[in-house]
Design a protein around this ligand. Structure first.
Ligand SMILES: CCCCCCCCCCCCC[C@H](O)CC(=O)SCCNC(=O)CCNC(=O)[C@H](O)C(C)(C)COP(=O)(O)OP(=O)(O)OC[C@H]1O[C@@H](n2cnc3c(N)ncnc32)[C@H](O)[C@@H]1OP(=O)(O)O
Length: 715
């Protein structure tokens, strides 16, 4: 797992060998300890270079080991031994030096990096802190403010930035190992005292207390309840205020708390789930590893509203040649300007050439004729989309993939408008489409596996987390959102205010509660959907529709023109239409009181626990139904949809992971409790999969698929 060879006569070259990222597993740590001891004691070796196999230095500690009893030599003494060596040790960094990988490099006396390498301490994103000395060495080397930034955000930096910040010594665009070997030869005999970072004083800002108080306040605010960022600040504070040995002790204490926390488990689950969802499968048995995607270089987008513009930008930035079609001349002009602005701004920010030239615009549908893939992003209206798919079917080449960005309409129905239903899939982007990471790739019963593979590959190329899901009303994300929103409305009927509901959800970790979110996206969006579903009865207050409990509150606000932020009034009041600061609205409070009085509803006090349980368990329950129906292949798919598309707090791992942490019997028991109180609310009826999981002994989440797949009696 680590190999020692002698190069250039006197340089001991240690190569980490653990594909794909040379993570520091027990075997790799053993290999490093062993090869270092041999290099130090071999008189032929005068200096040492440490590098990684296959162009990757090291992706850090082996995260898979964290769930089990750890064996093998610990990292901290291993890195101390490297630092204490009396022969110069040089890290040759290619690919990545992340987490424990960078900490290993910081224990070396010198660091040479390839220009394309990425470096960082991303432990915070896994619910941890850099606990192999990283929180103590980095501030000593680059100063407290820069170290705080890197450690609390976990961001990866380029070699150029690392050089500027001062934690690499040389950047090369040639062979890094050769450059490191030359460097190692050149420093033989030089004093290593100043190169041992642990012995350096930490450059301390004048008003250290004020600095840390300010940072702590900012970090707590943005952490939304996550504990790791706070611990990271505390660890760096220890570096700034304590001698190295005591700082290390503090680092270890803080790590011990994080290491066993539910948040670390949740964040590490997210790390692996994010990767697992790319290994998609369909109920037919088609899978990611048996279907080759078709090459796509030319794409078309139809409709230049908000979604179409974002999709065009995302495609162009991924290097595709794009034709954007908009039949309304004014909209075409405005869309073109908006797309060009977004592309120019992004290019400036990233320091890359602009992709503006990659986009053509047209008013004619015929312009999409030679595209390999077309994404329809017109108004959410079935008749309009039906018509469009009929036209596309005759205009496009027979093997062109026809995709729809619908957020809820039936993919199979759209496919049936074409002569190639197997070539039709949903590509459901989230607004703003060039920013949001989530893409739901929706297959219908007739979608070809290759069409799914192509859409998934395109999503990856656009930098999206793409999740393949089956066709049903609202797909996965919006389908689960419906009971969540409905519960929130029912809570208003029963005595809550938008403020109390939002507060409870924000306290849980959502960036915005359901009512603030609804004001932001526009109340009219849901109104249109409910109208299309035949649920809206203008002017009527009835609370039972289509045989189940219904709250007309949202419809009543829309009838008054209260569409949210854009009209200056919704569930909250805004200073002017378009302004963002939501203020409690006395009118809305009286409106709710009058509504309850007219409906004969008695208002009661509703606490945060009830808000969280009713909204979240209703949403989770729908997730179990989705798994039961094989609309999502596994709980990870649902969780990644919620983390990347709906603001579910990542440190809670996604709704299904959260349910597993709360305990399935508890979720079941609370749903039963609320269902008894509200028997007219079908979404509180516990899913039969939840029952089955509980009666199978509530297995851990990675074993749910076994229960889902098990044939079950309908009784
Ligand atoms: C009782 C209480 C006791 C408490 C005391 C406990 C003390 C424990 C002491 C521990 C000391 C900790 C030291 C250290 O500070 C902690 C860490 O280092 S945590 C790890 C930090 N590193 C990272 O976060 C990097 C993670 N990886 C990546 O970002 C990327 O993988 C990459 C390296 C940039 C490469 O990206 P890609 O090329 O795109 O490849 P993939 O991402 O698809 O990955 C390929 C494959 O590899 C798996 N993998 C990647 N990194 C790791 C890893 N560090 N460990 C394990 N596996 C890893 C990844 O999952 C992919 O596999 P797949 O999931 O697809 O099967």
């Amino acid at each position: 797992m680590a190999e020692l060879s002698l190069v250039s006569g006197s340089v001991g070259l240690i190569t980490l060998q653990s594909p794909p990222v040379n993570a520091l597993s027990a075997a790799v740590r053993r290999g490093i300890v062993d090869t270092m001891q041999r290099a130090v004691s071999d008189p032929k070796v005068r200096s040492v270079v440490i590098c990684g196999q296959n162009g990757v230095f090291c992706g850090g500690a082996d995260i898979r080991e964290f769930g089990s009893t750890m064996t093998g030599p610990p990292l901290v003494p291993m890195i101390h031994a490297i630092e204490a060596a009396d022969k110069p040790v040089v890290a040759a960094i290619e690919g990545s030096a992340l987490g424990g990988g960078l900490e290993l490099a910081l224990g070396c006396h010198y660091r040479i990096s390839h220009a394309k390498a990425r470096l960082g301490l991303p432990e915070v994103t896994l619910g941890l802190l850099p606990a192999a000395g990283g929180s103590q060495r980095l501030p000593r080397l680059i100063g407290v403010p820069a170290a705080l930034d890197l450690i609390t955000t976990g961001r990866h930096v380029t070699a150029a930035e690392a050089l500027k910040l001062g934690f690499v010594d040389q950047v090369t665009d040639q062979n890094t190992v050769e450059a490191a070997v030359q460097f190692a030869l050149s420093v033989v005999g030089q004093s290593l005292e100043s190169r041992r970072i642990s012995s350096l004083p930490c450059p301390c800002p004048v008003d250290v207390d004020a600095l840390f108080e300010g940072v702590m306040q900012r970090v707590r605010q943005s952490a939304r309840g996550a504990i790791a960022p706070v611990a990271c600040v505390q660890a760096v504070r220890a570096a700034a205020t304590l001698p190295y040995a005591q700082g290390m002790q503090r680092e270890q204490e803080l790590m011990a708390t994080l290491f066993t926390s539910g948040q670390a488990r949740a964040l590490q689950y997210c790390f692996f789930s994010q990767r697992a969802v790319s290994r998609w499968s369909m109920p037919s048995g088609a899978r990611w590893d048996t279907c080759k995607p078709k090459p796509v270089t030319k794409a078309a987008v139809i409709g230049l509203g908000t979604m179409g513009r974002g999709i065009t930008v995302a495609l162009a930035q991924a290097g595709l040649s794009v034709v954007a079609v908009e039949t309304q001349p004014q909209q075409l002009k405005a869309g073109q300007r908006a797309v060009s602005d977004m592309l120019e701004r992004a290019a400036q920010r990233l320091g890359v050439p602009s992709a503006v030239q990659g986009v053509r615009y047209s008013q004619e549908l015929q312009a999409v004729a030679d595209a390999h893939l077309v994404i329809e992003a017109v108004f959410e209206d079935m008749a309009l989309k039906e018509q469009l798919f009929k036209q596309l079917s005759s205009i496009c080449k027979p093997d062109t993939l026809l995709c729809t960005n619908t957020s809820a309409l039936d993919i199979d129905h759209l496919a049936s408008q074409t002569h190639r239903p197997q070539q039709v899939v949903g590509m459901h982007f989230f607004a703003p489409a060039h920013v949001m990471k989530l893409l739901e790739v929706v297959y219908g019963p007739r979608s070809a596996p290759q069409a799914v593979a192509t859409a998934m590959a395109l999503g990856k190329r656009m930098g999206k987390v793409s999740v393949a899901v089956g066709n049903c009303r609202g797909f996965v994300g919006n389908r689960m959102l419906m009971p969540y929103v409905e519960e929130a409305l029912f809570l208003l009927e029963e005595g809550a205010t938008p403020e109390t509901v939002d507060h409870a959800l924000e306290e849980f970790g959502f960036p915005m509660g359901v009512f603030r979110m609804s004001d932001l996206s526009g109340l009219d969006v849901g109104w249109r959907v409910r109208k299309a579903a035949g649920l809206v009865e203008p002017g009527k207050m009835s609370r039972v529709r289509q045989g189940r409990r219904y709250s007309p509150l949202g419809d009543l606000l829309c009838e008054q023109g209260r569409f949210g932020q854009k009209t200056g009034q919704g569930w909250y009041l805004y200073e002017t239409p378009g302004s963002r600061e939501a203020r409690p609205d006395p009118w809305l409070h009286s409106f709710l009181e009058e509504y309850r009085a007219r409906q004969g509803l008695v208002s009661r006090r509703i606490d945060s626990q009830e808000v969280q349980e009713r909204c979240l368990y209703a949403l989770i329950n729908e997730g179990f139904n989705i798994l039961q129906e094989s609309i999502a292949a596994g709980p990870e798919d649902i969780d990644m949809i919620y983390v990347f598309g709906y603001g579910w707090p990542r440190h809670r791992g996604g709704p299904m992971f959260y349910a597993s942490q709360v305990g399935l019997p508890r979720v079941l028991q609370r749903l039963e409790h609320y269902q008894q109180l509200h028997p007219d609310v079908p979404h509180l009826q516990p899913s039969s999969l939840l029952w089955r999981l509980v009666s199978s002994g509530s297995p851990p989440i990675h074993r749910w698929r076994e229960v889902i797949r098990k044939p079950h009696s309908a009784l």
